[in-house]
Structure formats: structure tokens, C-alpha cells
Design a binder for this molecule. Structure first.
Ligand SMILES: [Mg+2]
Length: 321
């Protein structure tokens, strides 16, 4: 590698991200020293993106940098936590400075937007692979979990579902769409929006929360199972963007909203006694979330249309992807 590891980190990452007073010692020593606010618990998440597995080879470098941090921000959002510090482990086939510059911009723009400071890193030569570890904090005892839901709690999801899976299919040349829809859906895959502010605000309202990375039906099912209950989703209530049915038609759009991954929205349960307060303090039009169903005693996750349970299998969308 023409640039030494130290020079790489210095050049691209030392001054990237936010500057925070609680970073006692950042990049440059053997480890970082970070000050967790009094009365808070440390929250930690990590995710690895591998070229050809988690993103198509040749993806825009800024998107890879953005997504590497966004997927971790989404995990902290699902815990109701505030992100603060990130560490980056970067494996690169070569030190391509143009690529590195764009990658660092994608990552650091999102880091600054969420006041996240990059406090450490490691670089290695090998097939392209990015691991980000994200640390944050939450008031002790207040973190949201998957396991707090009860039968009768109302299920909501933020944003719209299925867009990122359609965007990935477009990226891979497997789906054609009208130009406007194509641009929107690609953007939703390449630059997902982690719902960090919503996650923090849901503390005190939600009984359980998960971020939607593997598909709404699967992830609502995980929340329900961790809560020892089941989930019932209303087919007609799934939130769709305008471009998704424009690209796929209504039926396939709803299938993708249930089964497509990579949306990084929040799916959360709210006890009936908290609903009025939630709707008043976090107006759905402003915070962009939609009621999609309920938790119920019977286990499993089902989709209901016109009062009957739909037979929904993954083959419903796999045949066209
Ligand atoms: Mg997650």
C-alpha cells in the first residue's frame, strides 16, 4: 500500500466526523478514552459490510461510507439511544485515494449530521470490507428493547417500506422503472435514513422496538417473538412510497414492503394507554410513522386482509427479484 496505515488514517479520518468534548483521547493513541455521561448506560453495536454480499461491487464509494455508519445508527435508534462515537476497520484491496476520499465524505457527512466523532480505526489490505463499531448512550434503565411488547399493543412503522429492496434490484439491473421512480428507489438503497431522532423520542412511549433490516414481516416477527407474543399486520395499511407501486404495481409493491430488506425504518409497539399521548406529542404527519397492526397472544407474524389471514410466502417476491 503506497500510503502507510498511519498516513491513511491521518489524511482521511482524523478530522472527519464531529468534534466532541467527551472524547478525552481520540485517533492517534493505542485506544480512545471516552466519557459516558453520568446516569447513562453505554450502548454498543457493530456491523460489517462485505463487497458483493452487502452491496454490489462498484457501488458509489460515498454510499458505502454512508451505509456502513447508517446501519449502525439504525441499531442505536432501535434502542432509543443517542449515538456518540464510532470506530472504523477498513480492509482495502489498494489505497485508491479517489475512492477513499469519496468513502470518507459519505461516512463523515452522516457522522457530522448525528454529532458522531470518529475515535479510532484500523486499516488492512485485502478484499473490500468495512466494519463500523458505533457507541452511544441512553439514560440507565430506559433503553428500548425488542422484548417489552404485550398482546394488544399497537404496531407502527416509520417511513415507507420496500423501497430499498427495489432500489437494490435496480442497482443490480434486475428491475426497470420510470426515471423518477428509479432515482428515488436507488437513493433509498444507497443512502438510507436512520431514524435516530424518532428512536430517542420513543422512549417513554414504546414498549418494544426493532429496526427493519431484514424485511418488515420478518422483523415485526422478531419483535413479537422476543416479546413472547405474535404480530398481526394489516395488508391495506402498509406504508408505500409513490414510486414503489409506480415501478412494481400495487400487489408486488406490498409484497416487497413486507419482505424486502435494507429499509432501516423503526418498527415499534405502543401500549393502548400511551397512544393518545404519542399521537399528540409526536404527530404522525411530522414524524412520519404509520399504524400497521397489533401484537396478539397467538405466536407468529401474519398479514391480514379483509378479515382473513393471507398466505404469504417469500416466493411471492423472490420470483421477480
Ligand atoms: Mg437491528
Amino acid at each position: 500500500m503506497p500510503l502507510s496505515e498511519f498516513a491513511l488514517i491521518e489524511r482521511y479520518f482524523r478530522t472527519r466526523g464531529a468534534q466532541r468534548a467527551d472524547v478525552r483521547l481520540g485517533v492517534g493513541d493505542d485506544a480512545a478514552l471516552l466519557q459516558v455521561p453520568p446516569g447513562c448506560e453505554l450502548v454498543a453495536a457493530t456491523d460489517t459490510l462485505v463487497a458483493g454480499v452487502h452491496f454490489p461491487p462498484g457501488s458509489p464509494p460515498a454510499s458505502i461510507g454512508h451505509r456502513a455508519l447508517a446501519v449502525n445508527l439504525s441499531d442505536l435508534a432501535a434502542m432509543g439511544a443517542r449515538p456518540a462515537w464510532a470506530l472504523l476497520a477498513l480492509t482495502l484491496p489498494e489505497a485508491d485515494e479517489a475512492w477513499l476520499g469519496e468513502f470518507a465524505t459519505g461516512l463523515s457527512d452522516l457522522a457530522r449530521a448525528h454529532e458522531v466523532s470518529l475515535v479510532g480505526g484500523d486499516t488492512t489490505r485485502g478484499p473490500l470490507c468495512i466494519t463500523v463499531q458505533l457507541l452511544g448512550h441512553v439514560p440507565a434503565g430506559e433503553a428500548l428493547r425488542r422484548g417489552g411488547g404485550r398482546a394488544g399493543d399497537v404496531l407502527f412503522v416509520s417511513g415507507t417500506c420496500g423501497d430499498a429492496a427495489a432500489g437494490l434490484a435496480i442497482e443490480q439491473g434486475q428491475l426497470a422503472a420510470p426515471p423518477d421512480a428509479r432515482d428515488y428507489l436507488r437513493e433509498r438503497f444507497l443512502f438510507p435514513t436512520p431514524r435516530v431522532a424518532l428512536g430517542e423520542r420513543l422512549r417513554g412511549f414504546a414498549s418494544a422496538c426493532i429496526d427493519v433490516s431484514d424485511g418488515l414481516l420478518a422483523d415485526a416477527g422478531k419483535l413479537a417473538s422476543a416479546s413472547h407474543v405474535g404480530a398481526e399486520l394489516a395488508y391495506a395499511d402498509l406504508p408505500l412510497s409513490e414510486p414503489l407501486p409506480a415501478a412494481l404495481g400495487e400487489r408486488r409493491a406490498r409484497e416487497l414492503a413486507l419482505g424486502g430488506g435494507d429499509d432501516y425504518e423503526l418498527c415499534f409497539a405502543v401500549p393502548p394507554q400511551n397512544i393518545a399521548r404519542l399521537l399528540a406529542q409526536l404527530p404522525p404527519q411530522e414524524w412520519r410513522y404509520t399504524r400497521i397492526g397489533v401484537l396478539r397472544a397467538a405466536p407468529g407474524a401474519v398479514v391480514v386482509s379483509d378479515g382473513t389471514v393471507m398466505e404469504f410466502s417469500h416466493s411471492g417476491y423472490e420470483h421477480f427479484l
